[in-house]
Design a protein around this ligand. Structure first.
Ligand code: CP
Length: 316
């Protein structure tokens, strides 16, 4: 694999291989092996044009656990604020000898542009581009679901027949899109629940059921309820009812949380708007995987870096 740009282009075998390597990485960490020498001598650049806590830190932790050198670049405080282009930024990183670039960018498609540009010869990982995709988030979500369902017998398995209800701001969510493609590839059944104004105009090609009634969706007893963050920074007032109305109709509040089927797990990619899309009782409960998702993110990102940067890389 040369680049990891989307989950839409991953085959089932590739996705399961990545999840299985992440299991190996988690096993190593459980044996309290602090570092593997795998990427010694390689340089990974975290190139972040948008804010991040989880993704940036976990990529840094993942690269360091594989013994890579890490350079953290934030657009804030860089020459991007003086108007420097993506091309000139990429060529600067190339001159510094970057082997891998983890890029988050507000423009959908920026990682694809970088990967196809010829400006830099490095493995490119999409860490979130606009409203398009966030593939490592979906991979860590799938890893977390698989572990909750199958525990130590997870290796080699997909998510066949697993029912996943994804709730909230579908319109602006790259997490929703990456999860849709990956969950479908792994055999899960996806339902999206959202206000009509937060669903894209054309979802006819999406392998998902679209609905608007969260209570009915909860009563259906899905295996997974994944709440999404309301992305206020990407929307204007016309999209958003108001906080109280949103929470009343589409929030996982205490009452809905109490009605969840006993086997359902609750997920959220973070950062959370507590009290808006999810209550603290739901977020902090035993059935919440929020902190597991963060921890699993390091193993999944180690797997992605390993696949891209160790040995020969294939075009993907
Ligand atoms: N889930 C996620 O991408 O979080 P950050 O924005 O903190 O990286």
């Amino acid at each position: 694999m040369r680049h990891l740009l989307s989950t839409k282009s991953l085959t089932r075998d590739e996705a399961i291989t990545l999840l299985d390597i992440a299991e190996d990485m988690a096993d190593v960490a459980n044996r309290e092996v602090k570092k593997l020498p795998t990427l010694r001598g390689k340089t990974v650049v975290n190139l972040f044009f948008e804010d991040s806590t989880r993704t940036r830190i976990s990529f840094e932790a993942a690269a360091k656990r594989l013994s890579a050198d890490v350079i953290n670049f934030s657009a804030k405080g860089s020459s991007v604020s003086k108007g420097e282009s993506l091309k000139d930024t990429a060529q600067t990183l190339a001159a510094m000898g970057a082997d891998g670039v983890v890029i988050r960018h507000p423009a959908s498609g920026a990682p694809q542009v970088l990967a196809g540009s010829g400006w830099i010869d490095a493995g490119i990982i999409n860490a979130g581009d606009g409203t398009h995709e966030h593939p490592t988030q979906a991979l860590l979500d799938a890893f977390t679901i698989r572990r909750r369902l199958h525990g130590t017998a997870s290796r080699g398995r997909g998510l066949d027949g697993v029912t996943v209800t994804i709730v909230g701001d579908i319109l602006h969510s790259r997490v929703a899109r990456s999860n849709l493609w990956l969950l479908d590839t792994l055999g899960a059944q996806v339902t999206f629940i959202a206000p009509p104004t937060l669903v894209p105009a054309d979802t006819s090609a999406w392998p998902a059921t679209i609905g608007y009634d969260l209570d009915a969706a909860i009563d259906a007893g899905p295996d997974v309820v994944m709440m999404l963050r309301i992305q206020a920074e990407r929307m204007n007032a016309a999209f958003f009812p108001n906080s109280r109305e949103y929470s009343r109709r589409w929030g996982l509040d205490d009452e809905r949380f109490a009605r969840l089927s006993s086997h359902s797990i609750v997920m959220h990619p973070g950062p959370m708007n507590r009290g808006l899309e999810i209550s603290s009782a739901a977020a902090d409960s035993e059935r919440s995987t929020v902190r597991e998702q963060v921890a699993n993110g390091v193993s999944v990102r180690m797997a992605a870096l390993y696949l891209l940067l160790s040995g020969d890389r294939e075009e993907h």
